[in-house]
Ligand binder design. Structure first.
Ligand SMILES: *[C@@H]1O[C@H](CO)[C@@H](O)[C@H](O)[C@H]1NC(C)=O
Ligand SMILES: *[C@@H]1O[C@H](CO)[C@@H](O)[C@H](O)[C@H]1NC(C)=O
Ligand SMILES: *[C@@H]1O[C@H](CO)[C@@H](O)[C@H](O)[C@H]1NC(C)=O
Ligand SMILES: *[C@H]1O[C@H](CO)[C@@H](O)[C@H](O)[C@H]1NC(C)=O
Length: 367
């Protein structure tokens, strides 16, 4: 009768093994790498010595688990988190700058699921955002290049290439370049300026492709002229209510140029697959028809002070609206958690007028 326990033990072991195997199969969900600006930042800037744009204090994070401020420019999760959730992660992978503080073992383990390089205030252009206070796109791509060498060392070159070819690369950037253009009173024409931004963007996408990235989920810029800070500019400069339309015009031109660029790249680069989210269309439709998405306020910030709650920053002395689910904007520049969720949902399985030529869920499929 001795062997019996062994048999059942063995059975248990098999069941455990099967669980492990099926669990491992689940984890074949792709790694996620995120680049961009404050719309996707999960705490990068607190590691920069001269960061100006930070959100690692209350009431940021008031609706995050445990009401914890994390550096996200939101009352809770941001779009990067919600996109990552659609792909089976709990939230966005941590900031690369945070991963660098971990011991090598944990650092390497995290990289297998991806990393987030996004930095608030960053633009496509290196001159966007004060030097040392942001990680511009070009530097984020260099950081990814380090990650690639870490993965290669860890997995071997063939396995690293295979992993990266299945990984998702989400990029949300461009708004700060447009803000920068207006802040510096640039005399460059709109078309020349957008062409410069797009050429630089193209170089960075090509670099990522050379480093093994194949699946790109890209988000163009929202109607930046409609955020509370720019509505305030419109009011103070011109005395009228509404969006700062000149900036919105730049956002529209940026989207068209990005669409043309991505279509061109996919015809040139073998295996290049992309999905472009129309950040402009998605937001303007909500602004023009707020009730359809359950919003009651689409022009003021939930957290801030003064006119449109946009005359003072969101910090612990600011006024915070009571029903955060009814506001499109959390602070004078950034969407609420609810708005971020709706955007992520549309990107993941929305129709072609918002995300094309395929949506993010289709980007994950192999063919
Ligand atoms: C990751 O790669 C970079 C660049 O090759 C290297 O400097 C760093 O030590 C690596 N880190 C780990 C934990 O392997
Ligand atoms: C741009 O113009 C505005 C308004 O004319 C002015 O207040 C501001 O100082 C100028 N900014 C720069 C960087 O020149
Ligand atoms: C919040 O911002 C306002 C306006 O810049 C400033 O006067 C105030 O001291 C800030 N409060 C805190 C707690 O930092
Ligand atoms: C995008 O996503 C789903 C898969 O989740 C796909 O079936 C659908 O055709 C796409 N949605 C639209 C409206 O195109």
């Amino acid at each position: 009768m001795m062997p019996k326990p062994h048999v059942s033990l063995l059975l248990c072991a098999c069941v455990v093994l099967l669980n492990v195997v099926s669990h491992c199969a689940d984890e074949a969900s792709p790694a996620i790498f995120i680049l961009g600006d404050s719309t996707a930042d999960v705490g990068t800037n607190q590691y920069l010595p001269h960061a100006i744009f930070r959100a690692d204090f209350p009431p940021y994070g008031i609706d995050f688990p445990k009401s914890r401020p994390t550096g996200r420019f939101s009352n809770g999760f941001n779009s990067a988190d919600f996109i990552a959730r659609f792909f089976g992660l709990k939230r966005s992978p941590p900031s690369y700058m945070f991963l660098l503080t971990l011991n090598p073992h944990r650092f390497r383990k995290h990289l297998l699921k991806g990393a987030n390089f996004a930095s608030a205030g960053a633009g496509v252009l290196d001159i966007t955002g004060p030097t040392g206070s942001v990680v511009p796109l070009s530097q984020q791509v260099s950081q990814f290049s380090e990650v690639r060498s870490n993965l290669t060392l860890q997995l071997g070159s063939a396995a690293a290439d295979s992993m990266l070819s299945k990984s998702m690369f989400f990029i949300s950037v461009g708004s700060n370049d447009i803000f920068g253009y207006f802040q510096t009173n640039s005399t460059m024409s709109k078309d020349n300026f957008i062409a410069t931004v797009i050429t630089t963007y193209s170089d960075q996408i090509r670099k990522l492709y050379k480093l093994g990235a194949r699946k790109f989920g890209i988000i163009s810029v929202p109607p930046v002229g409609c955020c509370p800070s720019q509505r305030l500019v419109q009011k103070l400069l011109y005395g009228t209510d509404g969006c700062f339309e000149m900036q919105n015009d730049f956002a529209l031109t940026f989207h068209s140029a990005l669409e043309a660029l991505l279509s061109h790249l996919s015809s040139k680069l073998l295996g290049f697959k992309y999905s472009l989210g129309n950040g402009y269309r998605m937001s303007i439709d909500v602004i023009n028809n707020p009730h359809a998405s359950g919003f009651e306020n689409v022009d003021a910030a939930c957290c801030g002070n003064g006119l449109l709650n946009a005359q003072a920053p969101c910090n612990s002395s600011a006024t915070v609206c009571t029903d955060r689910r009814k506001f499109l904007f959390w602070d004078m520049f950034h969407p609420t958690k609810k708005a971020a969720f709706l955007a992520a949902q549309t990107l993941y399985n929305g129709p072609p007028n918002y995300v094309s030529p395929i949506n993010f869920s289709q980007l994950a499929e192999d063919y």
